[in-house]
Ligand binder design. Structure first.
Ligand code: SAM
Ligand code: SF4
Length: 319
């Protein structure tokens, strides 16, 4: 279905949980999120499935599961299996910190998951533990290897650029793309929720990647709705993506809706507008109509670059 500005909405990102097994400094305060949802405020897997099913009738064919950490949600494999079997669904993917991926990669693949985006901000064990406050790099690397082994491909690595923390590792990350068909995507820090001030302090524009690695050559990609601009090392096998969520250059091609774990549709990531689809569903209302209205209420663009910040933490939106 098309929104008011003619954009074809075909992609649903679903946050399965607002809980996480890590505490990344730019995403969550150390003590965890303050307004954690109680069990019955969170959508059941059946309710999520129902929303996906109805959204496919409106043109959604692509689903990404995220969170919080999606692999901490019990029953995730069963949900993927059901979603992947829906007639119109062509692509089910996941964004994960990969801490539990070694354990689940095989069953996820068998359930119908196509590919994973793995969040990884440093290749150094100590720094990994510092930024995530809880995690071990070894778990992530083992998860990544397992994902490759079972064919959750192509692998994309999401690296949030953090001034004074990982700008000295840009070269190493880019090197990963030289001999392997991996996509490394550098994402600019967004000032979101309780960690907005931290993010503002540690922001660096991702043009620093091009300044540091002069060899990178721009490449055209067919997917205009992708928020990344792509580059490659000459003769390299993989790609380097630069994602700049603050400048609104990809709002014009935005094809997505987001569903939060507590059942709110967010027509735009960078706006506080939310539509409570879970309430409608639990009251026996018309979910299809809520989805149609959500699509029609997508704003033309966000205003984050004009100093606006949003209230919900990333962990509760689903990045
Ligand atoms: N836990 C999973 C993970 O880390 O991949 C999925 C959820 S996480 C919120 C999704 C993505 O959002 C991660 O790649 C993370 O780095 C990114 N993210 C979180 N907070 C961010 C922020 N303030 N600015 C930019 N990216 C952020
Ligand atoms: Fe958890 Fe992902 Fe947020 Fe890190 S970025 S705290 S892994 S939800």
């Amino acid at each position: 279905m098309r929104d008011k500005y003619g954009r074809n909405i075909e992609y649903l990102r679903i946050s399965l949980t607002d809980r996480c097994n890590l505490r990344c400094k730019y995403c969550m305060p150390e003590e965890g999120i303050h307004d954690k949802k109680s069990h019955n405020e969170i959508m059941t897997l059946e309710e999520i499935y129902e929303v996906v099913k109805i959204s496919t009738e409106l043109g959604v064919w692509k689903v990404r599961l995220t969170g919080g950490e999606p692999l901490t949600r019990l029953g995730v494999t069963g949900l993927i299996e059901k979603i992947a079997k829906l007639d119109k669904i062509k692509d089910v993917s996941m964004t994960t910190n990969a801490v539990l991926l070694k354990k689940y990669a095989k069953e996820l693949k068998e359930a119908g998951l196509k590919r994973v985006n793995i969040s990884l901000d440093t290749l150094k064990e100590e720094k990994y533990n510092e930024i995530t406050r809880l995690g071990s790099l070894r778990d992530v690397l083992e998860g990544l290897e397992e994902a490759k082994k079972v064919g959750l491909l192509p692998i994309k690595i999401n690296t949030v650029l953090i001034n004074g923390f990982n700008d000295d590792e840009i070269e190493e990350f880019v090197e990963l793309t030289r001999n392997e068909d991996i996509e490394v995507r550098f994402i600019e820090l967004m000032p979101i929720g309780q960690t907005a001030d931290w993010a503002k302090e540690h922001f660096i524009p991702n043009t620093v990647v091009l300044e540091k690695i002069k060899e990178l050559e721009p490449v055209e990609i067919w997917d205009k709705s992708s928020p990344a601009r792509y580059y490659m090392l000459p003769g390299g096998k993989g790609k380097v993506g630069l994602i700049n969520p603050i400048s609104h250059q990809f709002c014009g091609n935005c094809n997505r809706l987001r569903l939060t774990a507590d059942g709110r549709i967010k027509p735009c990531l960078h706006s506080d507008e939310e539509i409570n689809v879970l309430k409608t569903m639990r009251e026996g209302g018309d979910v299809r109509e809520v989805l149609i209205n959500s699509i029609l209420s997508k704003p033309m663009r966000h205003h984050l670059n004009e100093g606006e910040t949003i209230r919900r933490n990333m962990v509760r939106i689903g990045g």
